[in-house]
Design a protein around this ligand. Structure first.
Ligand SMILES: Nc1ncnc2c1ncn2[C@@H]1O[C@H](COP(=O)(O)OP(=O)(O)OP(=O)(O)O)[C@@H](O)[C@H]1O
Length: 281
């Protein structure tokens, strides 16, 4: 049995998502190991983002189960929960393929908004906040400390008071990760975190993700097209093609799987050898 099957933080069972006649995800099952960095890869249109949307409550799957197994022993059936509870109670956070920050707000404000739920609770849904009661003030201080901590870890602290829209692209990507981490997730889902990054920024991203996994006991599930990132940091790689799982293993196992090579080259399995020879790989 693979390590990710022994102690999964997320269990996906027979997940199917149909859009009319199109089957975007077809009877997909896999586990995300606790403490692992798991990559979900596959050619364009394979169904990766649809899986993310089912895990994070943006879509309700047509069939199947998505179970979050929290470290305190609680289990959550994510397909039955509204998305705000998936973040607040099941402790799953995500970033998006297209960056979604509040461009007009400062970096610090973006990270404070991410902590809106605990702050609202501490404010007694505004009464304590309005009267400046100490319970609210201490919750607010904690939220600022947490925001500053993640700005430091993502090397953005010097620009804490700048508008998010003024940041270069690579910095905005890191700010999105900082924002997701402010909700204290046990599972962090990242949709193409390395898209648009230069090699230096990609290397910094790798270090950041390894730090998050090691120091914060946060498991990571990422969709990524940049194979240098996938191969370097993933403990476990799941490959989708046309909504179906075609390979599932460690990065070296998956890299050498003829089915994966065939899917990426867009040819049938039996033609892989010939095409590889032709293109010299
Ligand atoms: N809301 C939707 N309505 C209809 N079809 C959809 C919807 N979302 C996704 N699809 C279709 O489902 C299939 C899988 O799309 P998805 O975005 O999950 O793939 P992907 O692997 O993330 O692709 P990419 O790598 O290009 O982002 C595609 O054919 C897509 O057009």
């Amino acid at each position: 049995m693979s390590s990710w099957d022994n102690n999964p933080v997320l269990t996906i069972e027979h997940l199917t998502m149909r859009f009319g006649g199109l089957v975007a995800v077809d009877d997909l099952s896999f586990n995300v190991g606790r403490g692992d960095i798991t990559a979900l890869i596959g050619p364009n249109g394979a169904g990766k983002t649809t899986v993310f949307n089912c895990v994070t409550g943006f879509y309700k799957p047509t069939e199947g189960r998505v179970v979050m197994n929290r470290s305190n022993g609680e289990h959550y059936l994510l397909e039955r929960m509204p998305d705000f509870q998936i973040s607040a109670r099941a402790k799953v956070a995500r970033t998006f393929q297209n960056i979604r920050l509040f461009g007009g707000m400062t970096l610090l404000e973006n990270l404070m908004v991410a902590q809106h739920n605990p702050l609202m609770v501490a404010s007694g849904y505004s009464v304590a906040g309005i009267f400046g009661l100490s319970s609210f003030r201490s919750a607010e201080r904690e939220a600022v400390d947490k925001a500053r901590y993640w700005l430091e870890k993502t090397a953005l602290i010097d620009r804490a008071d700048a508008p998010a829209a003024d940041l270069p692209y690579g910095d905005q990507r890191r700010l999105e990760i900082a924002r997701a981490m402010c909700s204290g997730p046990e599972l962090l889902c990242l949709d193409e975190p390395a898209a648009g990054l230069n090699p230096k920024e990609s290397a910094e991203l790798n270090s950041l993700l390894q730090y998050i996994r090691k120091e914060h006991d946060t498991s990571i599930l990422l969709i990524e097209h940049d194979m240098s990132v996938v191969m370097e940091i993933s403990d476990h790689v799941v490959v989708l093609d046309y909504g179906e799982k075609i390979s599932d293993g460690t990065a070296p196992e998956v890299k050498d799987d003829p089915k994966v090579i065939a899917a990426y080259l867009g040819v049938p399995d039996e033609e892989v050898d010939a095409v590889e020879e032709e293109v010299g790989i």
